[in-house]
Design a protein around this ligand. Structure first.
Ligand code: URA
Length: 183
């Protein structure tokens, strides 16, 4: 089922992002992961490789995951849009809407217990359109039978060094949240 969704994504022409893509990036991870991480959209390295979070933000994500006691193999990683927005701009509402069925399909098939959103666009798409990342990061929220944990995007710490301790602290919180939620 996940493979079928991925095959559809690779052929998708529902929005203009398909025009400039090298590869669509459906997502990667175990098909029945208990934790999903959902970012914003592929960057340059992801567009070139077809895999999520393999560029600089991905390398930082790996070390952050480690601090929460997690490895890549424990999580399914995807994005709210599956094709790279030009210049890494935020995805437009119509692009997010065009891609939404793919994400909903992936969530339904994987059926995770916990979804971590990475960054503001994923937070506002999946949890609360009015939420502010600086207020709600690290605060879990039960919604639709799932536990959502909004986190800063790892790229935020690449741009703003002062956010690094906050991301590390949120990973410690995430570890505790997961211990309870997955017990
Ligand atoms: N940033 C994202 O939001 N997703 C990726 O896959 C890579 C960078």
């Amino acid at each position: 089922m996940l493979d079928e969704i991925a095959a559809e994504i690779r052929q998708c022409r529902k929005c203009a992002l398909c025009q400039a893509r090298t590869h669509a990036v459906p997502g990667d991870g175990p098909p029945h992961a208990r934790i999903m991480l959902i970012g914003e959209g592929p960057g340059q390295q992801e567009d070139l490789s077809g895999l999520p979070f393999v560029g600089p933000a991905g390398q930082l994500l790996d070390s952050l995951l480690e601090q929460a006691g997690l490895a890549r193999a424990d999580v399914f990683i995807t994005n709210i849009v599956k094709c790279r927005p030009p210049g890494n701009r935020d995805p437009l509402p119509e692009e997010v809407a065009a891609c939404r069925d793919y994400l909903n399909g992936q969530i339904a098939v994987i059926n995770p217990r916990v979804i971590c959103t990475l960054g503001r666009p994923a937070l506002q798409t999946l949890i609360d359109p009015a939420a502010s990342i600086s207020r709600v990061h690290g605060v879990p929220r039960e919604q639709d039978g799932l536990l959502f944990v909004p986190l800063y995007h790892p790229a935020a710490a690449l741009h703003r060094q002062d956010l690094s301790p906050t991301l590390v602290e949120d990973m410690r919180k995430l570890q505790l949240i997961l211990e309870k939620a997955l017990a």
